[in-house]
Design a protein around this ligand. Sequence first.
Ligand SMILES: Cc1cc2nc3c(=O)[nH]c(=O)nc-3n(C[C@H](O)[C@H](O)[C@H](O)COP(=O)(O)O)c2cc1C
Length: 207
Amino acid sequence: MAHLLHLDSSLRTVGSRSRTLSAYYAKCWLAANPGGTTTYRDLAADPVPHLTEAAFTANLVPAEERTAEQARERAITETIVGELTAASHVVVGIPLYNFGPPSTFKSWFDRIVVPGVTMRVEWERPSVTIVAARGGGYGPGTPREGWDHREPWIHHAFSALGITDIDVIHAELTLARESPAMAPLDLGAAEDASLEQAHQEIDALFA
Ligand SMILES: Cc1cc2nc3c(=O)[nH]c(=O)nc-3n(C[C@H](O)[C@H](O)[C@H](O)COP(=O)(O)O)c2cc1C
């Protein structure tokens, strides 16, 4: 059955473009998959604990040999990875923070890399849509072209799990009006056009 895992990672609860886009995606997905089900996880409000030595090594020893701490950590990992393996599709809202993904998303990712579950075994891999927001402009020919390190990392990290069906949709210039440094550049119309383009790219996925 069609099942969507919907993740957000913006620290903002108000004004977040990535949350707006992931919610729009989920609405379109539900319309296209009548009877489909969803799981929602807010990685900013409810962060996945960082990988620790106990969490990492818990994945390397049989259940009966785990310490109490490893067992607790493994239970967290199984909840997170279970949400992924249950999904036929994943949508993730990801802001650009300091030229990379939010650490909350990285913590989630570190938990889904599990030998015998998502690594090196046959499993029904989901397709993934990333809806990404960034404050500046990073297009071809701009001074910061190539500085957004999310997209290459996302492709590499997911491909290590055999997940290669990935769409990445960007809304950019989101600080055009919010940032005192960018406001004089008068890029508000370009910001609006980028967000509209992102909505259209989502529409096109379901056309
Ligand atoms: C901690 C932090 C770091 C940020 N770093 C960058 C950055 O490196 N480059 C950039 O273009 N925008 C940066 N921004 C701006 C965000 O990418 C922008 O506000 C984006 O719209 C956030 O996603 P959201 O709208 O879903 O909250 C940063 C914002 C925050 C809060």
